[in-house]
Design a protein around this ligand. Structure first.
Ligand code: ZN
Length: 438
C-alpha cells in the first residue's frame, strides 16, 4: 500500500523536523545506508522489515495514579493533529474519576474527531488505517495497546480480530463517536519503542527496583520476519509478566496458549525466572474456565476455542509445583469470544461515470478467509434496486442522473457477517456518435 508507506515516511519526517524525536542514526536503523541518510526519508527502517518489531506485553491496564501526560502520548497526539487535523481532548485524567483508565497514568490520549462529519470521519479513518495497516505494524512500533473509535475497538493483543464492535457504553461520547481513544503500553508512553528510537524494545523494561537480569529476549518476537506480508498475523504471545497471561485471540477454532509469568508473588519456582513456558525443573498444570465455570477436560497448556464459548470470556488457572510447594494463579480473562472475522474485504471499484446501457461489473480481489463469498446488492442513490443482486448490472433509463453503487455482504460458517460498499458511478446519457469535425 503505497499511501501507507509514504504517509508513514511523511509523518516520521514531520516528527523529526518538529523536534519530537531524534533522527534515526543510519548505522543502527538500517543496513541500507541510502535509507536513513537524511531526515527527509528516515522512516523506511521504522516502517519496513529492516528492524524487528517491538515486543508487546499484552494488555496492561491502569494500576496506579500517575496522571501527568507521558512523552509518547504527547508526541503521538501531536503527530496525529499535525498530519490529520483535529485537536486534543486531553491525556491526563484525575485519579478520583470513576473507572479504570490509562488516562490516569497519562498514557492514553483522546483525539477530537466526530463521526457526524464526513471530513472528520475520513481523517480519523485515514489515521487509523495508517496505524493498523500490515497487521498493525506502526501501532506495534508506537507501543499502541488498543484504539477505540465509533463504537469499535482494535487491539495489538488480538491481531487476528481486527476492528470489532464494542457493546454500547450508553452515550455518544462513551461510545467514542466524538473522539478517538488510544491507549499506549508503558514503553510507548515513555517513547522507548522503535518508532521513536529506531531500536525495537526486545526485552522487558527494567521497572522493578531490583532490575533483574531478566532482560531476556523473547525469541519469537525478536526475529525479523515478513510481518507485513502475512494475511493473518501470528497469534500474539504476551511477554512474561508477574501473572499468567493468555496468548492468542478468542475466536472459535483458534488455539489459545498461556504465558505463565512465574513471579515471586505466587510461584514457588520464581527463582527459575519469568517464562512463557513451564520451567523444566517445575511441574505445571492448567485448568481453563468459561466465565467462572471450569471447562471439563480442558487441562492442557493450550485450549482450542469451541462454539460453546461464543459470547463468553475465557480464562486459565496455572498451578506450579516445585520442591514440594504449590502455587496457583489465574490469568486475566480474554474479551468475549467471537465466531470469526472477515480479515480482508476489498470493495469493487466502479468507473466514476457511465452511461445508460453500460454494464457495470463488481470486480474485486477475493475476500479472506476465502470461504467467504460475498453477495451483491446494487444501490441507486444508496437504496437497494429490486432484483439487482448479480455481480453485474446494466444501467437502465431510470438510472439516468442518479448514483449507482454496489454493496457486498459476506458471511460463512463461524464468520461474522461483514459489508462493504463500492464507490458510486454517476450515470449520464449515452453519448451520441461523435460528429466529424467540419
Ligand atoms: Zn480516552
Amino acid at each position: 500500500m503505497t499511501w501507507t508507506r509514504s504517509f508513514a515516511q511523511a509523518a516520521l519526517a514531520a516528527a523529526v523536523v518538529a523536534g519530537l524525536l531524534p533522527a534515526i542514526p543510519a548505522a543502527q536503523a538500517a543496513p541500507d545506508s541510502s535509507v536513513a541518510a537524511s531526515a527527509d526519508a528516515p522512516s523506511k527502517a521504522a516502517t519496513k522489515l529492516d528492524i524487528p518489531l517491538d515486543v508487546h506485553l499484552g494488555y496492561k491496564p491502569q494500576k496506579q495514579c500517575s496522571p501527568a501526560a507521558k512523552p509518547g502520548a504527547k508526541a503521538l497526539l501531536k503527530t496525529l493533529i499535525k498530519n490529520f487535523g483535529g485537536k486534543s481532548l486531553g491525556i491526563s485524567r484525575s485519579c478520583g474519576a470513576g473507572g479504570r483508565s490509562e488516562h490516569k497514568e497519562g498514557r492514553a490520549l483522546d483525539w477530537a474527531r466526530n463521526v457526524k462529519y464526513a471530513s472528520q470521519r475520513r481523517s480519523a479513518n485515514k489515521a487509523l488505517k495508517w496505524l493498523t495497516a500490515n497487521n498493525g505494524e506502526v501501532a506495534r512500533r508506537l507501543g499502541v495497546m488498543y484504539i477505540i473509535w465509533n463504537q469499535r475497538i482494535w487491539s495489538t493483543y488480538y491481531p487476528e480480530m481486527g476492528w470489532r464492535k464494542m457493546a454500547s457504553r450508553g452515550s455518544y461520547t462513551a461510545n467514542h463517536k466524538d473522539h478517538v481513544h488510544i491507549s499506549l503500553s508503558w514503553d510507548g508512553a515513555m517513547q522507548r519503542t522503535s518508532w521513536w528510537t529506531g531500536k525495537p524494545v526486545l526485552s522487558h523494561p527494567c521497572t522493578s527496583k531490583a532490575c533483574p537480569k531478566g532482560h531476556v529476549k523473547y525469541p519469537q518476537l525478536t526475529l525479523t520476519r515478513p510481518f507485513a506480508k502475512k494475511v493473518a498475523p501470528e497469534p500474539f504471545v504476551p511477554y512474561p509478566g508477574p501473572m499468567p497471561e493468555i496468548s492468542g485471540s478468542p475466536i472459535v477454532g483458534q488455539i489459545l496458549g498461556v504465558s505463565i509469568g512465574n513471579d515471586k508473588s505466587w510461584s514457588p519456582a520464581w527463582r527459575l525466572g519469568k517464562a512463557v513456558d513451564c520451567p523444566k525443573a517445575a511441574k505445571c498444570s492448567y485448568q481453563w474456565y468459561r466465565g467462572k465455570k471450569k471447562i471439563r477436560g480442558a487441562t492442557a497448556a493450550t485450549y482450542r476455542v469451541r462454539a460453546a464459548d461464543k459470547g463468553k470470556c475465557l480464562n486459565v488457572e496455572v498451578t506450579i509445583r516445585y520442591k514440594g510447594k504449590t502455587g496457583k494463579k489465574k490469568a486475566g480473562e480474554t474479551t468475549y469470544t467471537i465466531k470469526g472475522w472477515v480479515t480482508k474485504a476489498p470493495a469493487p471499484k466502479l468507473p466514476k461515470t457511465a452511461a445508460v446501457g453500460d454494464k457495470l461489473v463488481a470486480r474485486h480481489d477475493p475476500w479472506q478467509p476465502t470461504t467467504v463469498k460475498p453477495k451483491y446488492q446494487w444501490l441507486r442513490d444508496g437504496k437497494p434496486i429490486k432484483g439487482a443482486t448479480a455481480k453485474a448490472y446494466v444501467l437502465k433509463a431510470r438510472d439516468l442522473n442518479h448514483k449507482i453503487a454496489v454493496r457486498l455482504t459476506g458471511s460463512a460458517k463461524q464468520i461474522a457477517a461483514k459489508s462493504v460498499t463500492s464507490n458510486a458511478t454517476k450515470v449520464g446519457q449515452k453519448s451520441a456518435t461523435p460528429t466529424p469535425p467540419t
